[in-house]
Design a protein around this ligand. Structure first.
Ligand code: NAP
Length: 294
């Protein structure tokens, strides 16, 4: 196991994120080799002790693991698919954002060329890299993750999700939908309260308390989903839908956008039409699990 900060690493791609990743490896003491299409982006890292690899191929053989972080998977394939590049014997950690199909396909592609491949997703901004706030998700062969975890630890809070290479990107998008849904719900409430002269800052602490309370329901609701049984222990969907109608009416009456409230109610209405009115909210998973058919 590579458990010292002497472990040499390489980083391919020195955009905002790649520079932060390479900087965190350097800060932790790892001998760090870097490569970027635009070589000048390596200057600050070289000043801090990084080695510049003359070619992508040189970067791939410089470390016991190579992190690649470029714009998209197309760029990954353009770089690593070049005829002169060999992946045999390389351990590659791809922290480029993409979807689960791209991750699985790239894993097959890299493994067929003799590489060991972990896919990852960075759930952080560049300034957070190297701190515990930076959550970095990994999926792929567990033995490969465990071998390199002590090295990857330099980047933040590294987490292993499972052998399916698509999991890191799926968790990534799951996190994004949580983030945007919470923010949209907060903005809806803020818009409603502004009609009464309430500042966003005045509402934010209340909204935070509600969000934290709802977050506390998740484990119990998740159990209902995994059991496939949704007894109305707290409230039935047909009760909830009356409050949803009230939210739409209030939004319309106050002249604020009612798209989000209408979407919330439309999904509940469909679940009720399908016979689930007496069940609890997580029964809506059935609406979320299938594509919308108009
Ligand atoms: P960026 O600053 O725009 O950098 C893009 C990098 O990709 C540069 O190194 C660029 O090289 C390289 N690149 C693009 N196309 C290439 C090609 N065809 N061949 C060779 N190199 C190519 O982007 P970033 O912010 O570092 O983001 C990189 C990845 O991290 C993305 O997938 C992004 O979604 C993900 N991410 C970023 C953040 C963030 O806050 N920045 C957060 C989470 C995840 P040049 O310098 O030569 O143009």
């Amino acid at each position: 196991m590579n458990n010292t900060t002497d472990t040499p690493v390489a980083v391919i791609g020195l955009g905002l994120m790649g520079q932060a990743l390479a900087g965190a490896f350097l800060k932790a003491g790892h001998p760090t080799t870097v490569w970027n299409r635009t070589a000048s982006k390596a200057d600050q890292l070289i000043a801090r002790g990084a080695q510049l690899a003359p070619t992508v191929g040189d970067a791939l053989t410089a470390g016991s693991l190579t992190v690649i972080c470029v714009t998209d998977y197309q760029a990954v394939h353009e770089l690593l698919g070049a005829r002169e590049v060999t992946l045999h014997g390389v351990t590659l950690v791809n922290l480029t954002s993409g979807d689960s199909a791209q991750a699985r396909e790239t894993a097959r592609w890299a493994e067929q060329r003799g590489a060991r491949y972990l896919d990852g997703a960075v759930m952080a901004i560049p300034s957070g890299i190297g701190t515990a706030d930076a959550v970095i998700l990994h999926s792929g062969p567990q033995a490969d993750f465990e071998e390199h975890e002590p090295t990857l630890d330099a980047l933040g809070t590294v987490t292993y999700l499972g052998a399916d290479h698509g999991l890191a990107s799926l968790y990534d998008v799951a996190g994004l939908t949580m983030m945007w849904s919470v923010l949209n719900a907060w903005l809806q409430g803020t818009a409603l309260l502004r009609t009464a002269g309430v500042d966003a800052a005045a509402y934010a602490p209340f909204a935070r308390q509600i969000a934290a309370g709802v977050a506390g329901w998740l484990p119990g609701y998740a159990e209902q989903i995994d059991r496939g049984s949704f007894p109305a222990e707290v409230s039935a969907l047909e009760t909830d839908v009356r409050a949803m109608a009230h939210l739409i009416e209030e939004s319309e009456a106050l002249g604020v956008n009612a798209e989000l409230p209408r979407l919330i109610k439309a999904m509940a209405d469909r679940a009720i039409a399908a016979g689930h009115g007496g069940e609890q909210y997580p029964v809506l998973i059935e609406e979320f699990t299938k594509p919308r058919v108009d």
